[in-house]
Design a protein around this ligand. Structure first.
Ligand SMILES: Cc1ncc(COP(=O)(O)O)c(C=O)c1O
Length: 395
């Protein structure tokens, strides 16, 4: 084989730890809480088909043509209005459409990170954002969390120690992987600190609308007064991930620069998807659809919590999410999470071990459970198996 002279962006070695875990978890006898997928039975298939047919029937030539990089105007206008749901007042000029939030994270990282630059994240955080930050050679500093998300005293200490920090990346609402949500006071404090230390914030919010308990909390972006917060969201969890459509909300000047960077990445996002989603949002009631998702996920989460309370040994800690897709578990003691995972596989049940979610030092005995993509019967049986496996492991 040729000797590939890869750039520094390509990770050394080809070990795909998470891929290996998902492969083991996919065995037919295993009940897997490892995935992070939305429930496919809730995809509004007929409505999306109608919306797509309408695009082909009424505007095929424009939809199948190249288009602008910032995205379909009508979709940007609808999204600007819908941002009021998250407490954000904006217009279409504040919005760029992307090929999902993963692309938004990638492009903003490309715009800010020179190799060796420091960025600050929650500890733990979304693993595929960490992959992006590492690709660009960032020095990733993790900040401790509690049940209410990132701790502000720890954030301030991190900013003091790293005065050249480029940005803070946060998933403040129903975080992946912990399910935790930052209360209003912390959101305000985060914006104040960002101002004081002159850094920007990337607020990643794929789950904000999936609240099934408690009171809504406005986006961090809603407290932004000087274009310091870049807000990212996506249709992946409210409609479908397959159409790969997300958006960024930021100051118009930033959006212009962002659009140039996006142009060099993929010229523009899928134009048929953008137009079909715009038609879907015009002809159907997405809030009614989201209410259905919230009801189903809420039911699954409550069942999972009940089973955990009944079946897990005393002393195991877990988060109490009010929305989203995930519960985070911490088994006490200096637990070897891989050995715990192996014990669980022997009992035909799986999770994602905590390790890939940590930027540095790993909290042992941690793992993520998904409840959105799982039938009630499997939740009952799977959590019973998990409880048994943890008890066997603890001996
Ligand atoms: C926190 C977070 N950000 C971004 C993404 C990626 O979203 P998208 O499908 O829009 O690329 C995910 C997907 O799971 C996520 O959990």
């Amino acid at each position: 084989m040729a000797n590939y002279k890869f750039s520094a962006a390509v990770p050394e070695g080809t070990v795909d730890t998470v891929g290996e875990i998902l492969k083991v978890a996919a065995s037919p006898n295993v009940i897997s809480f490892a995935g992070g997928l939305p429930a496919p039975e809730l995809f509004p298939v007929n409505e999306l088909k109608q919306a797509t047919d309408q695009v082909y029937d009424t505007s095929a030539e424009s939809a199948l043509q190249y288009t602008n990089s910032e995205g379909f105007k009508k979709l940007r206008e609808i999204l600007a209005k819908r941002m009021a749901i998250r407490g954000v007042d904006c217009t279409a000029d504040n919005i760029a459409i992307t090929t999902g939030s993963q692309q938004s994270i990638d492009l903003i990282s490309k715009m800010f990170i020179n190799r060796g630059d420091t960025i600050i994240v929650e500890k733990p955080t979304y693993m595929s954002a960490l992959d992006v930050f590492h690709t660009y050679g960032a020095n990733v500093v993790g900040v401790d969390m509690d049940d209410q998300g990132m701790k502000m005293d720890a954030l301030e200490a991190a900013l003091r120690q790293n005065p050249e920090t480029k940005f803070i990346y946060t998933v403040p609402t129903f975080q992946n992987p912990t399910g935790r949500t930052m209360p209003v006071a912390r959101r305000q404090k985060m914006v104040e600190l960002a101002k004081e230390y002159d850094v920007v914030i990337i607020e990643d919010d794929p789950y904000g609308q999936l609240r099934f308990a408690g009171e809504p909390v406005p986006a961090v972006k809603s407290f932004d007064t000087d274009g310091r917060v870049f807000y990212l969201s996506t249709f992946s969890k409210t409609l479908t991930p397959g159409l790969r459509t997300g958006w960024v909300v930021a100051d118009p000047d930033f959006i212009k620069q962002f659009t140039i960077i996006k142009q060099s990445a993929d010229l523009h996002s899928d134009n048929v998807s953008q137009q079909a989603i715009a038609d879907f949002l015009t002809d159907f009631d997405i809030d009614e659809h989201i209410a259905k998702i919230r009801e189903v996920y809420g039911k699954r989460q409550r069942l999972m919590m009940e089973c955990i309370e009944r079946d897990f040994p005393v002393g195991v800690k877990y988060s109490h999410p009010e929305g989203g897709l995930f519960i985070w578990v911490e088994v006490p003691g200096n637990v070897n999470t891989q050995a715990l995972f192996d014990q669980c596989i022997k009992n035909n049940v799986a999770f994602v071990p905590g390790e890939p979610f940590f930027p540095g030092e790993v909290i042992p005995g941690t793992f993520r459970l998904n409840f959105s993509n799982m039938s009630e019967d499997k939740i009952k049986e799977g959590i019973a198996r998990l409880g048994k496996a943890i008890k066997e492991f603890q001996g």
